[in-house]
Design a protein around this ligand. Structure first.
Ligand code: COA
Length: 178
């Protein structure tokens, strides 16, 4: 599966992405809204999960810059494998290297993924969630037409109780074709 936007290619992960991906998610500033920057071992495990998900079609993709082929980071869908109150099934997410922030790349890539989700996969709805203080990510959600469902805020069950990043906000968008 490959998607194309004006400035980006969204494509399956390749082995050459492993090192730059580890550098992105190992960066403390990039990961400041997560519990911790990922060790090389954790980054490799994350990378392997994304590669395995490629088979399902509901997957994070490698976002690559058309001009020089550099890896920006990950953008794409994922199946939700834990309980959150309104029981949504599919989420969209993004993590880009710091050098690429502020240029509208995440919303550009995410719009293509949403279009794919609604027109090819025919998903009824996609949600996105992030920790309450992650305003840049919430801006991306707003830019791509997602709307916050304040009643669906939740404490992320996979994060430690009492950790500052545990409280999450949830945004949703319904398939306009449904
Ligand atoms: C969230 C993220 C993907 C946004 O990507 P992006 O391509 O920069 O998105 P945009 O260019 O549309 O910018 C979105 C917002 O990010 C913020 N932003 C932009 N440049 C920034 C910078 N250099 N430093 C901090 N925040 C910045 C602004 O609030 C911006 O909103 P605005 O356009 O209304 O000013 C990116 O910041 C990122 O990868 N962050 C770290 C990982 C992360 O938190 N992922 C989400 C986990 S749920």
């Amino acid at each position: 599966m490959k998607l194309e936007t004006e400035r980006l290619i969204l494509r399956p992960w390749e082995e050459k992405d492993r090192d730059p991906f580890a550098a992105i998610v190992g960066n403390p500033h990039v990961m400041r809204f997560y519990t911790h920057p990922r060790s090389r071992e954790e980054a490799d495990a994350w990378f392997d999960r994304m590669v395995a998900d490629l088979e399902t079609g509901v997957t994070r993709l490698a976002a690559e810059l058309k001009t020089d082929g550099s890896l920006l980071g990950l953008v794409g869908l994922a199946s939700i494998d834990f309980e959150i109150p309104t029981n949504p099934k599919t989420e969209i997410g993004w993590v880009l290297g710091e050098a690429y922030w502020g240029k509208g790349y995440a919303p550009e890539a995410a719009r293509a993924c949403l279009d794919h989700a609604f027109t090819v996969l025919n998903l009824p709805e996609v949600v996105a969630f992030t920790t309450r203080t992650n305003l840049p990510s919430q801006r991306v959600m707003e830019k791509i037409g997602m709307v916050r469902d304040a009643g669906a805020d939740f404490d992320h069950p996979k994060l430690p109780i009492g950790h500052p990043v545990r409280p999450h906000v949830l945004y949703r968008v319904i398939n306009p074709r449904s």
